[in-house]
Design a protein around this ligand. Structure first.
Ligand code: SAM
Length: 280
């Protein structure tokens, strides 16, 4: 295996889940030339690649991730087309950009942050009053209202029911839903204004090579092993054993997208026009 960033990119770039969610996030964010854009938790740069496909010239893009290996891959893929690359925690990076930005895009990452609320609060002051925070959550970590929210959730639940050592699966009622996310956004100083659930189809059978679930296991194996490779093998073997039980082929993937603007008062609008930063 090469670097982690290259390994991640080789798999994620082939996945409908990452490609389609990035395309939709970029489309909803309505990017235009001249805008400043943060790709928050950029990974290997897939969101930036989608943004550059939509607006090839004139974006001022900042990359942020805490993983140096991801950033090394992103630098190779898009480094010559971005303003700056910051290796930093998602919350701390809000102080590093040095300007209020038009857009913060965060694809398939928010649930990975140890304290998502802290990240939202810190970025609130780094976004222009008319700017937008655009992010999404995979169905595995969001209650879309379906009985089975994603093939990954179904797999984790089946393994858990078998007594296997996987991280506990949240009951549907305990997963965040539209109301709770919008409440969190409001509590963190944002005005939520768009919510959309995007269904995504796996192009190949879920449990086989190239299937979404198979690929996700290659990136984040749910079972442990004596090495990362061992954990992937162990998890793929377990997947083969529960494919029928979780009916993975019949469950659609869903990604819940949200857009929000800073909820600003007139003083903050004035401050922003005068070039001042909003208080955190
Ligand atoms: C599932 S990947 C998504 C990457 C990218 N957004 C994409 O669409 O391909 C999650 C990314 O979040 C990054 N990440 C997780 N926690 C982070 C944190 N606290 N601060 C900065 N980056 C973080 C990881 O390093 C990883 O690159």
């Amino acid at each position: 295996m090469g670097t982690w960033g290259d390994y991640y990119h080789a798999i994620a770039a082939t996945m409908a889940l990452y490609q389609e969610s990035n395309r939709q996030l970029v489309s909803m964010s309505e990017l235009r030339p001249g805008m400043s854009v943060v790709d928050l938790a950029c990974g290997s740069g897939l969101t930036t690649l989608a943004a550059l496909a939509a607006v090839p010239e004139g974006l001022r893009i900042y990359l942020v991730d805490h993983d140096p290996s991801m950033l090394e891959t992103a630098r190779r893929l898009v480094g010559d087309r971005v303003v700056a690359i910051h290796q930093a925690d998602a919350a701390d990076a809000a102080d590093l950009i040095g300007e209020q930005v038009d857009r913060v895009l965060c694809n398939m990452s928010l649930w990975q942050f140890a304290n998502p609320e802290a990240v939202l609060r810190r970025w609130r002051g780094a976004i222009k009053p008319a700017g937008r925070l655009c992010f999404n959550l995979s169905g595995t970590y969001f209650n879309t209202g379906e009985a089975i929210v994603s093939p990954q959730w179904a797999l984790l639940r089946a393994l858990h029911q078998q007594g296997r050592q996987v991280r506990p699966v949240q009951d549907l009622e305990r997963l965040p839903n539209r109301r709770s996310i919008e409440g969190t956004l409001s509590a963190c100083g944002f005005k939520p204004f768009v919510h959309e659930v995007q269904p995504i189809q796996s192009a190949k059978p879920e449990a086989g090579p190239g299937g979404e679930l198979h690929s996700l296991i290659e990136l984040t194996p749910p079972l442990g092993g004596d090495s990362f490779h061992g954990a992937v093998q162990e998890s793929l073997t377990a997947l083969a054993g529960v494919t029928d039980q979780v009916s993975v082929a019949r469950v659609a993937w869903r990604v819940a997208h949200f857009m929000a603007q800073p909820a600003v008062n007139p003083t903050e609008v004035l401050l922003a026009r005068l070039g001042g930063k909003m208080p955190q």
